[in-house]
Design a protein around this ligand. Structure first.
Ligand SMILES: Cc1cc2nc3c(=O)[nH]c(=O)nc-3n(C[C@H](O)[C@H](O)[C@H](O)COP(=O)(O)O)c2cc1C
Length: 385
């Protein structure tokens, strides 16, 4: 058997803090802390506890070169455990699953720290709303009570600021001012298909294509993109759009067309929408949602194992989101974006592997309800009068 270490691995000395029971019984609240090694591998969904000897073993194996361990090493419980966990990879059939996952990360050219951060910040089955209530962190006052005051909203530097001329507002300023994150959708009013189509046309549709070679094509869109690669793909979760069956779709940015994907019945789709949104029911009844799911491998084709590449992809998603917000506002529609999503559940529903391509944010759009049940941030009363 040949063995190598997995490719993207971070060993963290993680500290667990607890109140010492013996001290509490003596009437003293003393803090115990325990440091243990945790292995964060980019091809594994969970962090795993390892001991110091296992850490040393991981350091002794190359991630690039296969090694033939000695018979003694092969029989060692530490080597066997690391092989079973997938932190060491073997070339035997029983190791094939871990090896394939590790290879997929390599083939997509992830920068190691970004790979680990991406994998271990993906959620599955998280109820962010339940957690927020359980921790008593719902309102601004809750946050302040628990965390103290935040850093100031504005932090002037020392010195004297030169005032800039203020320009009179025009129609574009009025449009900017009407944008507010919508948390109250009218569930009885369907979104007209032309409105959805125009939103896509203005934001994620290719306005032109440029062919460097027949297999090397670049798109021009109304939104900018790091490296001009436009890795962000758009999937739709349609719940209430006139003339469009509810379900999942993929948007083709050159054809400006939708492909229906395998989808559950409407009731199950509604439950799935809420799961994808980690329990944020104020967003879950939006007539249409756009899952912004970059193809990381397209960006990393140019920016190979690059420290800035993942950042550029996330910024791309932000630019798409802002363009969507403004176009929706211009059309008189309400819109939201959220990064508090269960990426793993979303990727699974859309058939994405999360490595070459995966959901990063969900945008929603539809008509605003007449009554505001969930608070929106509209201090100047531009939306709610
Ligand atoms: C990256 C990003 C993530 C967000 N995530 C959430 C979210 O999880 N839940 C939510 O209710 N709003 C979310 N929002 C909306 C913000 O709460 C909102 O933009 C902010 O409160 C300012 O309000 P405004 O958009 O109406 O100006 C998000 C916005 C951005 C840009």
């Amino acid at each position: 058997m040949r063995v190598r270490r997995c490719t993207h691995l971070l060993l963290e000395p993680r500290e667990r803090v607890s109140f010492g029971l013996a001290a509490i019984l003596r009437g003293k609240a003393e803090v115990d802390s325990e440091v243990a090694w945790v292995a964060l591998a980019a091809h594994l969904d969970q962090a795993v506890a390892v001991d110091a000897a296992e850490c040393a073993l991981l350091g002794a194996f190359s991630a690039r070169r296969w090694q033939e361990p000695s018979e003694q090493q092969c029989a060692s419980p530490a080597v066997l455990r690391l092989l079973e966990l997938g932190l060491l990879l073997g070339d035997q059939p029983e190791h094939a699953r871990h090896l394939a996952r590790d290879q997929a990360m390599c083939d997509a050219h992830w920068w190691p720290l970004a790979a680990v951060a991406h994998r271990h910040s993906r959620w599955q089955g998280v109820d962010s709303v339940g957690d927020m209530h359980a921790r008593g962190l719902v309102t601004a006052n809750d946050l302040r009570r628990n965390f103290g005051a935040p850093p100031p909203a504005v932090q002037p530097r020392d010195g004297s600021y030169a005032p800039l001329p203020r320009q009179a507002d025009d129609a574009f300023d009025a449009l900017l001012g009407r944008r507010a994150t919508c948390r109250n959708f009218d569930r009885d009013r369907p979104l007209p298909l032309p409105s959805l189509a125009r939103l896509l046309q203005r934001t994620v549709m290719a306005q032109a294509t440029v062919e460097a070679a027949p297999d090397t094509v670049f798109l021009k869109k109304h939104v900018p993109s790091g490296g001009g690669l436009h890795p962000v793909e758009t999937y739709l979760l349609v719940q209430n759009v006139e003339g469009l069956a509810s379900g999942f779709y993929h948007y083709h940015p050159v054809e400006h067309a939708l492909l229906a994907l395998p989808s559950p019945p409407a009731a199950e789709l509604a439950r799935l929408a809420c799961t994808m949104l980690s329990g944020q029911e104020w967003f879950a009844d939006a007539p249409a949602m756009l899952v912004l799911a970059p193809r990381f491998e397209r960006c990393f084709w140019k920016y190979r194992n690059h420290a800035k590449a993942y950042r550029a992809v996330l910024l791309d998603v932000g630019h798409v989101s802002q363009a969507l917000y403004l176009c929706a506002t211009e059309a008189g529609l309400g819109a939201f974006v959220t990064a508090a999503i269960n990426e793993a559940d979303t990727d699974q529903a859309l058939g994405l592997d999360g490595v070459r391509q995966g959901a990063v944010a969900i945008f929603g759009v539809g008509w605003r309800a007449v009554r505001q049940q969930t608070t929106e941030f509209d201090p100047a009363h531009r939306v709610w009068g």
